[in-house]
Design a protein around this ligand. Structure first.
Ligand SMILES: [Zn+2]
Length: 455
């Protein structure tokens, strides 16, 4: 009996040996009205839906080794959500937790998640509708992985790098004679101002086609670095520009395919066009990225795939430290912050200082994960809003020809600026949890892990 079972198992394994298989699925995670939204330092209960939110999943398998990429149309991911989802996925799908990447697109028009800080009180995320939404998520995420796994089919992967110029901007600006960086200016004064750093115009396109020569694509992984804040701080639900972008790519390249958008290192990148003072609409941004994908599509180059090679490492970052005066000021402000709006930057600073003081003895853990599918293709997951300089450095030093970086993946340590940006201050810096050098440390670990999976 046991011997027969063994042979059956061997047959099943043999049936798939050598095949690289891909499955894609999506599950609707649009909340009910009244769900607390994230993305801004205030309470917004959702009222109506502009477009639906999804948990989108790609599952990869070869020789019995699985890896899954899940992207949520949410502002990010928190560790408890990731842990619970991975547990449910392990139980229901048999895919090991550390072989699963879960990231958020960073839409600012989706539900908030609890962060264990003053933000929870400001956004009312622990109110009954907030709790109901969050507790249902791990089940929905596991369901999307289950559906994607059930659809595993022999596939080939191909990669192209497109370019979208002129739609994303480094939202930190240096002005002659001013020490602190200016944050999100409406329009640059060309005589005195210059962007504090670069942008990343790359549009990463990874397509997964069925194995036949003329088989249709079944899924795509798309990558670009830009804050999805184009819908604004209203109360309607929206996936923001990633929703438009992925919908158009599926419509144009294969109606049945699931297009998954992982946001790149966009900690300091948004769409506010300070060259001409214009703010492009959600539709314009999504369309520009779909057009860039169209332009890249004919150049898709098939890569030789192998069984997913995955590494995951928990890094302990050093928390920032604050003076007694800063802490006293934060406590003062916090007392009134639920009823008074002090503006984004002071509120962000207060939330960060108080959280840091409260969690001084709790390690600031950051998971760095890499998933390689080919000698020419790897995906890196970083847990926070990573400055573009760090992403560019990582891509450049990566031993892989094509490196896709997903930020806000497997949890978040908040903003992760590069070393040079700290002395320039302003929004992202005052709300960074990690000490100077945290970002470079994450890049260093990612590069080491990439080196390990390259061999
Ligand atoms: Zn952000």
């Amino acid at each position: 009996m046991i011997l027969r079972l063994f042979f059956c198992l061997l047959l099943v394994l043999q049936a798939h040996a050598g095949d690289f298989r891909v499955g894609a699925a999506r599950v609707d995670i649009t909340p009910k009205d009244g769900t607390p939204l994230g993305g801004f330092y205030k309470f917004r209960g959702s009222e109506g839906v502009l477009d639906p939110l999804y948990a989108k999943t790609l599952v990869f398998e070869k020789d019995g080794v699985h890896a899954a990429i899940v992207v949520l149309d949410l502002s990010g991911t928190v560790r408890p959500l990731v842990a619970e989802s991975r547990k449910a996925i392990q139980e229901q799908c048999g895919i090991e937790g550390d072989h699963v990447m879960i990231s958020g697109t960073h839409t600012h028009s989706g539900p908030q998640q609890p962060r264990g800080s003053l933000m929870d009180d400001i956004t009312k995320v622990n109110s009954p509708p907030g709790v109901a939404y969050i507790s249902a998520l791990p089940g929905l995420i596991a369901q999307s992985v289950k559906e994607a796994k059930a659809k595993l089919t022999a596939a080939r992967a191909s990669v192209a790098m497109g370019k979208a110029e002129g739609i994303s901007f480094n939202r930190r600006v240096l002005r002659e004679g001013v020490k602190e960086a200016i944050w999100q200016p409406q329009k640059l004064n060309q005589a005195t101002d210059k962007p504090a750093g670069p942008i990343d115009p790359d549009v990463g396109v990874v397509a997964f086609h069925g194995a036949g020569a003329d088989a249709a694509p079944l899924g795509a992984l798309l990558n670009f670095a830009m804050h999805p804040t184009s819908v604004g701080a209203g109360t309607k639900i929206s996936a923001d520009y990633p929703g438009v972008f992925t919908k158009l790519v599926s419509e144009r390249h294969g109606p049945g395919m699931i297009s998954v958008f992982a946001n790149g290192c966009c900690g300091n990148i948004n769409h506010g066009d300070y060259i001409n003072g214009k703010r492009r609409s959600t539709l314009e941004l999504g369309t520009a990225l779909a057009d860039a994908t169209d332009a890249a599509w004919p150049g898709l180059k098939t890569v030789a795939t192998f069984a997913p090679r995955v590494r995951s490492e928990l890094v302990t970052l050093q928390r920032r430290s604050f003076t007694p005066e800063q802490i006293a000021k934060a406590k003062d402000m916090a007392a009134n912050m639920l009823t008074k709006n002090y503006g984004t930057v002071p509120m962000a600073e207060t939330v960060c200082i108080l959280e840091t003081v409260e969690k001084q003895s709790v390690p600031l853990l950051a998971e760095v994960q890499v998933i390689a599918l080919s000698d020419e293709l790897a995906i890196v997951a970083l847990p926070g809003e990573i400055f573009v300089e760090l992403g560019l450095a990582l891509k450049k030093a990566s031993p892989f020809k094509n490196t896709i970086i997903a930020e806000l993946a497997n949890g978040s340590v908040g903003y992760v600026p590069n070393r040079e940006s700290y002395p320039q201050g302003n929004y992202e810096i005052v709300s960074a949890r990690g000490e100077v050098g945290s970002g470079e440390r994450l890049v260093e670990v990612a590069l080491r892990l990439l080196g390990e999976v390259k061999k």
